[in-house]
Design a binder for this molecule. Structure first.
Ligand code: PRE
Length: 255
């Protein structure tokens, strides 16, 4: 949802973007699972002489975000930082355009949850537990790309919620005034759409993860990623967190 796209805001256009973002997430997953979990990356305390606290991963991620913030990454309402206290001012001036989202959108950030689920549940599900392969910098680069793609997709819930609110203000308003989270969750849920998303991401995982050879007679070989796990990723984490973001945004929509 680029600056000035306000006029193009529709549920169909937002869903098209979510569909395109599936490709990014699945390709990034395929890249990450080339490596084992590499647990030392997330636990390793750096030598005290380095003056850096936390894990190597945290250090790399914070420095990446800090550098990207200098060139304006977090001026975009689509981007939400994992380490908001560690950002630098942007050297790129803010473009003047009408914001699509309500200003309270800035206070909705579920990246702490995403990071916790990613390290403690997703990596053990997708990656092998083989010994560390010491490819820490490359592994972390894959993690950061994937986490940023997941975060962008999940926080897109703000745009989905905004368009649903604009399309059906009379239906949403009483539940927002009553701060009724359950009623909002029910109203914004489309089970048939969720079923389609799960099927589509499994199909994409099968297609994107297949080995491409020039020998047509070769039997179908095991793909690079398990389609069922991708479907589970969306079912258990991506869609529930997107809906959580939608509810949190709507609760603040009339502030
Ligand atoms: O497409 C929507 O209406 C959304 O709110 C997005 C989404 C999703 O995360 O994919 C979430 C909730 C709906 O039940 C269906 C799909």
């Amino acid at each position: 949802m680029a600056c000035g796209d306000d006029g193009k805001l529709s549920l169909d256009s937002i869903r098209d973007s979510l569909i395109r973002q599936e490709d990014t997430i699945i390709f990034n997953l395929i890249e990450r699972i080339k490596f084992p979990i590499n647990p030392s990356l997330y636990k390793q305390q750096l030598p005290s002489s380095s003056n850096i606290s936390g894990s190597l991963f945290q250090y790399l991620f914070q420095e990446t975000e800090s550098l990207q913030s200098k060139v304006g990454r977090y001026l975009s309402p689509e981007e939400n930082p994992f380490f908001p206290d560690n950002l630098s001012d942007s050297i790129i001036p803010l473009t003047k355009c009408t914001p699509v989202l309500h200003p309270a959108a800035a206070s909705v950030n579920v990246n702490e949850k995403i990071l916790d689920i990613y390290i403690n549940q997703m990596l053990p599900l997708f990656c092998t537990e083989a010994d560390d392969d010491a490819n820490f910098a490359t592994t972390a680069a894959c993690d950061i790309q994937l986490l940023q793609a997941l975060s962008r997709r999940i926080h897109y819930g703000k745009f989905v919620a905004e368009v649903k609110f604009r399309d059906s203000t009379d239906e949403y308003k009483p539940f927002i005034l009553a701060q009724d989270k359950d009623a909002l969750m029910k109203l914004l849920t489309f089970e048939a759409v969720e079923e389609m998303v799960k099927k589509r991401v499994a199909k994409k995982a099968k297609v994107f993860g297949q080995e491409v050879t020039l020998n047509d007679s070769i039997e179908e070989v095991k793909g690079k990623i398990d389609p069922l796990l991708v479907s589970r990723l969306y079912d258990e984490w991506v869609m529930p967190l997107t809906k959580f973001v939608e509810v949190e945004y709507l609760l603040r929509r009339l502030d």
